[in-house]
Design a protein around this ligand. Structure first.
Ligand code: NCD
Ligand code: ZN
Ligand code: ZN
Length: 465
């Protein structure tokens, strides 16, 4: 009997972290059945001609805030996963600052159902650490299948909704102030017991409050003043404490959205000493600096703040050295109205999941990294770090047929109006580059082709093996 393949992807250049070669990819039952230069027999339900294009293991964005449920006036999972598919991403990890937050097993199961209906790509789910409020839920969340534990170090949260408070002032009502170091140590202890990743937002609220008061007294409101109030030091002291806590407790520490050169040095040192400390960064820290604020304006407000050229340079070197092993979007949309205001009072965050891969592909043309390094930081490394490799992050036979096809010669201009997200705030509006995902394939099914979203939501939950 003739084999019937689900999908055959012909004539592409396969890119893995160690090889580039021409081959066809054969998919059966949602899995990769063969990667071979030979033409196998049989019929194919779907065929994709990848001539002239590169075939990458499906790209993963480990840091997405779809705000679903909770702030779905800003974004929801239907839109964010369409944006992901459009941007060549086959799996996203959904952040837990939803309402209700992802703080216990009941909310985890509810969230799986909620997201599944809307998911155009596969997804993992982060759990939130709320100190003493959910220390007792950590182990059960681990067993339920969360992708990792997230701690928003330095943020105050609303005491009723647990939503992040973006511009916290001491004495605000209905707010749980940022946790003390002692309380944070308990979080490290509890997560260490699970063996899973503890990922931290790393900004010191103490430093920020102190400096904000000083800068406010001076009356300055510009971006440089803002950076003085939320400086490199705020990240540095938190990363330093985090690494000390990780050494003390044995927690596997992942530093989210690293924005400073100093933090790269700290992570590098901890890695050299043999500790399981990892780091990610985002396009806004790699491509922007304080010098871009006058041109971009409030769309550029994000926490941690976008810093200086010297930080940008150190981050690129961190990627080259393998110290920064993951690049992600920190997709965090807010509405235009919310972002339209004074730098100091608007919320922090911007869209990113759709522009992540195009921006990095253009950086390949600029010789900032190679296509194989793109595969490393957007696919293989995240999959390995979060325990879902080789099911995700590889093109090995028997694993999920998640594939991103890219045309390295395709020109693009980012136009905010065309973003798939519900709120269309981007710091990269008008940016032109070369290198675009032209097809996104999730477990063999095409979810995006030539920029068009295809089919109904097929995404499923991904859990560590
Ligand atoms: C994120 C958000 O709005 O959810 N904002 C941001 O500026 N990055 C939260 C976060 O990741 O810190
Ligand atoms: Zn954060
Ligand atoms: Zn974030």
């Amino acid at each position: 009997m003739q084999v019937q393949w689900d999908h055959v992807i012909r004539n592409g250049m396969i890119v893995t972290t160690d090889q580039i070669f021409q081959a066809h990819v054969y998919v059966k039952d949602g899995k990769i059945a063969a990667v071979t230069a030979e033409a196998l027999g049989g019929t194919a339900r779907e065929e994709t001609d990848a001539s002239g294009c590169y075939v990458l293991p499906g790209l993963i964005d480990v840091h997405v805030h779809s705000r679903d449920p909770g702030a779905t006036h800003k974004e929801d999972f239907f839109h964010s996963t369409q944006a992901a598919a459009a941007g060549g991403i086959t799996t996203i990890f959904e952040m837990p600052n939803t309402n209700p937050p992802l703080n216990n097993v009941e909310n985890f199961h509810r969230q799986v159902k909620n997201l599944q209906e809307k998911a155009h790509v596969d997804f993992g789910i982060w759990a939130i650490c709320l100190g003493h409020l959910n220390l007792r839920d950590i182990q059960a969340l681990h067993e339920a299948g969360v992708i990792g534990f997230k701690f928003f170090w330095g943020y105050a949260v609303n005491s009723k909704t647990y939503q992040l408070v973006y511009n916290y002032k001491v004495g605000m009502e209905d707010v749980i102030p940022p946790f003390t170091d002692g309380e944070v140590l308990e979080i490290f202890r509890e997560v260490a017991k699970t063996g899973q990743i503890l990922a931290i937002h790393a900004e010191s609220s103490d430093i920020i409050h102190h400096l904000t008061k000083q800068v406010e007294r001076s009356g300055r409101r510009d971006y440089e003043a803002f950076l003085e109030a939320r400086p490199n030091l705020a990240e540095v002291v938190t990363v330093q404490t985090g690494i000390a806590f990780a050494k003390h407790t044995g927690a596997r520490l992942h530093i989210l959205h690293v924005s400073t050169g100093e933090a790269v040095d700290l992570v590098k040192q901890a890695q050299a000493e043999g500790y399981p400390v990892t780091a990610e960064t985002c396009p806004h820290y790699l491509f922007l600096s304080n010098e871009d604020y006058p041109r971009i304006g409030p769309a550029m407000k994000v926490y941690p703040t976008v810093k200086y050229k010297k930080d940008q340079e150190r981050l690129w070197r961190g990627i080259a050295e393998g110290v920064v092993s993951v690049v992600c979007s920190d997709h965090a949309p807010h509405t235009e109205e919310e972002k339209d205001g004074d730098l100091w009072s608007i919320p922090a965050g911007m869209c990113g999941v759709e522009t992540l891969a195009p921006l990095l592909l253009n950086a390949v043309h600029e010789k900032k990294l190679t296509l194989q390094q793109v595969v490393a930081v957007l696919s293989e490394n995240p999959a390995k770090l979060f325990g879902i490799y080789p099911q995700k992050g590889s093109l090995q036979v028997g694993t999920d047929a998640d594939i991103t096809i890219v045309d390295m010669e395709k020109r693009y201009t980012i136009n905010r109006e065309n973003l798939r997200s519900k709120s269309k705030i981007t710091a990269f509006d008008g940016f032109s580059g070369t290198g675009m995902p032209v097809a996104t394939i999730v477990r063999g099914q095409t979810v995006m082709k030539d920029g068009v979203i295809i089919g109904s939501p097929v995404g499923r939950l991904v859990t560590p093996l």
